[in-house]
Design a protein around this ligand. Structure first.
Ligand code: PRX
Length: 635
């Protein structure tokens, strides 16, 4: 029996049971039947969560681009692989066939080689959502270079720290980007960041907005003329299954961002298999994920997962509100999108607009709706179901993480009955567990605790670039022998999971993970600031917004607080990026601390959310008196 495509609930349970009882056989069958390997593996899985060390398909050899492109050429060479929908609806969409994708990926791969990029070198990609972005990922993979995509909304400092952390030799960027009615000077940001970097030898620049930019001679070069001259043939580098495919940075609760390392074979198998089932993708469907390729969702479910299935995947350059709030629905109608995958924050923002934006569009092509990135609240779920799915397209609320590489807990549409706000059941191969604070596993249903995973799956990140100890400490030390997700969850009476949110100091704002530490570090750089603490508080569009408690070195009324607020937010924008700006800043004379000197964010979180009913025991604080002062100041 092929387990590749699950079509009904009984089959899901059968497949799931097999994936737990005989995980190695299960994954070997999926891997063998649906992918192209240059050499078969010796062992399916080797793992040790103590070390931690996880290896899938050891001994196997492959190139992921052969699986995502070459093998489709014979039957689907003229089928569209990527539909590029530009920022402005007045510009024409571009349809890139599998054959054209092959040729363009090979050309870019040859340019990279020409510039001295070799297997194992790190290439930083800082591009807007244009075809060259997807092509750059695949070109790196073609020659075995490790891509590190940095979301093109990050500041120059954030970009520099990521380039330096993994010693990238090259940056691929563009002169600028379109974002709604604005343009952004991406090359200027790259130039600024490279003043802080020493490892970058070459910068390849895509001409996107035809702007005047400075090119540093010997380092910077326009990409298109090089592509025009490059051959459309580039033999794929043969990779071991466990060779790194990419690094992608994600925020941690402390310190600098973590460069999660994903490897080749397992990542390919898992993203392709989940894509097929979670979206019930059928040949000829048009699939659209609205994420940016700068995040894991874009890596796994715009590029690798869809292309490995020979799908047609839409890439949208723009934003949901430009030129008006109907843009998403117009794109669904225009390209007859069958599967639509977006984030709750977008659903909430669009749900606030006049319903005529939706009603003016023909959404009848839709078959599956997806949600990802943060818990979807009940109201947003129903709005999505009523107005976009019209009760006929199931919503898949997919829970997963940068670290997991692929979707972990999710309904399978037309298979798993959905329930608002529930991610429902584990995907085959995923063994979740809920633990209490003492580390005891909570068995049975109707329990809630910390969400862990007991057994490896093929696309789990293998390490943090350059810091394996941190990988161990962050994910494998909190609960013995298990991967700890950092999320809380509950399991209802039928065994469905609902993700309740982060239990650490990561805050999800508009679906973006933000660690509190880097933001606090930025604030503390202000000469007037003594100390600060950031917490999240509920926001009806962003899910969470940021609330900063800031202690000044000198108190008193003499300073202009509004000026200070602007300066603090400017610092955050420069150091971290605009997405981390604070919605509220409260200047305070003290921060509640434990006797060991740790800030008690739990209390600050409650005050920020105006939930003063149960602040818990404050008597053990070093300075309990400051709690009432902070409450009074906040009113
Ligand atoms: O807290 C969970 C939340 O997003 C976190 C992972 O963020 P990131 O690594 O940026 O990846 C986002 C895209 C996969 C998780 O730890 N999260 C993600 N999906 C959901 C979610 N929370 C609730 N429901 C979801 N469907």
């Amino acid at each position: 029996m092929s387990n590749y495509h699950i079509k009904h609930l009984e089959e899901y349970y059968q497949v799931y049971r097999k994936s737990v009882r005989e995980p190695e056989n299960f994954w070997a069958e999926v891997a063998e039947e649906h992918f192209m390997w240059r050499k078969r593996w010796n062992t399916v899985l080797n793992w040790d969560f103590e070390k931690p060390e996880i290896k899938w398909f050891e001994g196997a050899q492959l190139n992921i681009t052969e699986n995502c492109i070459d093998r489709h050429l014979r039957t689907k060479g003229n089928q569209t692989a990527i539909i590029f929908e530009p920022n402005s609806p007045e510009d024409e969409a571009e349809h890139i066939t599998y054959q054209q994708l092959h040729d363009r990926v090979c050309q870019m791969a040859n340019v990279l080689k020409d510039k001295g990029i070799k297997k194992g070198d790190r290439v930083c990609i800082y591009l807007p959502m244009i075809p060259e972005l997807a092509i750059a990922l695949l070109a790196c993979a073609r020659i075995g270079a490790i891509h590190s995509v940095v979301f093109a909304g990050f500041s120059s400092k954030a970009l520099a720290s990521r380039i330096n952390d993994s010693s990238c030799k090259m940056v691929i960027t563009s002169d600028g980007s379109y974002r709604g009615s604005k343009t952004i000077d991406l090359k200027g940001i790259v130039d600024e960041s490279l003043e802080l970097c020493t490892t970058v030898e070459h910068v390849l620049v895509v001409n996107r907005i035809d702007s005047e930019i400075t090119m540093k001679s010997g380092r910077d070069v326009w990409l298109q003329p090089l592509l025009d001259k490059a051959s459309t043939i580039c033999e794929p580098e043969i990779m071991n299954a466990e060779d790194p495919l990419f690094i992608l940075y994600t925020s941690g609760s402390t310190g600098k961002p973590k460069g999660m390392v994903h490897t080749t074979g397992g990542y390919m198998v898992y993203t392709a298999y989940t894509f097929k089932n979670v979206f019930q993708y059928k040949d000829g469907d048009v699939y659209w994920c609205t994420a940016d390729i700068g995040w894991i969702t874009g890596h796994s479910y715009i590029v690798y997962g869809p292309l490995a299935n020979g799908a047609t995947t839409v890439m949208f350059e723009g934003v949901p509100q430009y030129p008006d709030f109907g843009r998403f629905w117009q794109i669904v109608e225009k390209h007859k999108v069958n599967q639509f995958y977006t984030a709750p924050t977008a659903i909430r923002a669009l749900g606030k607009q006049n319903i005529s934006f939706v009603e003016n569009c023909d959404l009848s092509s839709l078959k599956v709706l997806g949600s990802v990135g943060e818990p979807i609240n009940e109201e947003a779920w129903h709005w999505y179901n009523d107005n976009i799915g019209k009760h006929k397209s199931p919503i898949v609320d997919t829970w997963w993480q940068t670290e997991t590489g692929g979707i972990m807990i999710t309904p399978i549409p037309y298979v798993t009955p959905t329930k608002p706000t529930y991610a429902t059941l584990p995907f085959p191969g995923i063994q979740p567990a809920l633990l209490d604070e003492e580390g005891q596993e909570l068995k049975g249903n109707q329990v809630d605790g910390r969400l862990c995973i007991k057994f490896p799956w093929p696309s789990i990140a293998r390490t943090i670039w350059g810091d394996h100890q941190r990988y161990k400490d962050t994910y494998f030390s909190a609960f013995n022998g298990m991967y700890f997700t950092g999320d809380g969850a509950l399991r209802d009476e039928v065994g469905y999971y609902r993700i309740t949110g982060r239990v650490d100091d990561v805050i999800i704002v508009s679906g973006h993970n933000l660690g509190t530490a880097p933001i606090e570090d930025a604030i503390n750089e202000h000469p007037a600031v003594a100390e600060s603490a950031i917490v999240g508080f509920p926001h009806d569009v962003k899910g969470n917004a940021l609330y900063g408690y800031v202690m000044l070195k000198e108190t008193g009324e003499s300073r202009d607080q509004n000026n200070l607020r602007n300066e603090i937010n400017q610092l955050i924008k420069d150091r971290v990026g605009a997405i981390a700006k604070l919605d509220k800043i409260q200047f305070t004379e003290g921060l509640p601390k434990t006797r060991s000197g740790k800030i008690m964010r739990r209390i600050l979180r409650k005050i920020a959310s105006k939930d003063l009913s149960n602040l818990g025991d404050t008597s053990t604080l070093l300075n309990p008196e400051c709690v009432q002062v902070i409450i009074d100041e906040s009113l």
